[in-house]
Design a binder for this molecule. Structure first.
Ligand SMILES: [Fe+2]
Ligand SMILES: [Fe+2]
Length: 196
């Protein structure tokens, strides 16, 4: 048994490789699905407005960061590469519909009529969109060897971080601890539709 109190130093781990674009976007999808479940549990438990509002805000923020990165960084090269303009047009329209719901939620209080319903419909709608991305768009994009998923992943991560800083939120959509945000003062929906 070794007696030394100084453990041998482990060799430095290699710098973690940035996730590729599809892994990163899929992780975002899973994070929003978890928030969706959390929100539904809160509704079922008749949780206070503040708790429901905080989760709804995180959902809206996370979707804003994700959608902006997809629209600016991921969709344009994928559209050019996969030769499926109808699929990409549908994705664009689905983003626009989600943005409308996010804008409605952002303009309401969690105590308002049908607030919870709007959040749940947004999440269900996004789940449908995500399924199409993961079963149709992403597999087609993966097959295009000229798409550099690693470089796209790095660009997506950088764009999300920059937009999160701009909006004063965490990259996962949570409110920044040092700078509490108000639903009515941050306007993430204004950024969703930006195009490169
Ligand atoms: Fe999308
Ligand atoms: Fe997505």
């Amino acid at each position: 048994m070794p007696t030394s109190r100084t453990p041998a130093r482990k060799p430095a781990a290699p710098a973690a490789a940035a996730a590729d674009a599809i892994a990163l976007l899929s992780a975002d999808h899973q994070a929003v699905a978890k928030l969706h479940k959390k929100f539904e549990r809160l509704v079922k438990a008749k949780a206070p407005a503040s708790e429901r509002g905080a989760v709804a805000q995180q959902i809206c923020h996370a979707l804003t960061l994700h959608a902006t990165a997809e629209e600016e960084i991921f969709y344009p090269p994928v559209r050019a590469a996969i030769g499926k303009p109808d699929l990409m047009d549908e994705a664009d329209i689905e983003h626009a519909c989600a943005k409308d719901l996010i804008a409605q939620i952002e303009s309401l209080s969690p105590e308002d009529d049908k607030y919870d319903a709007r959040v749940i419909v947004l999440c269900e709608y996004v789940a449908h969109h995500v399924e199409e991305e993961e079963t149709e768009m992403f597999p087609k994009a993966k097959r295009v060897k000229t798409l550099d998923m690693q470089a796209l992943g790095e660009a997506i991560a950088a764009r999300k971080a920059a937009l999160a800083a701009e909006l004063g939120i965490e990259p996962d959509g949570a409110a920044a601890k040092s700078r509490p945000t108000s639903r009515r003062t941050t306007r993430p929906n204004t950024a969703v539709g930006r195009r490169a």
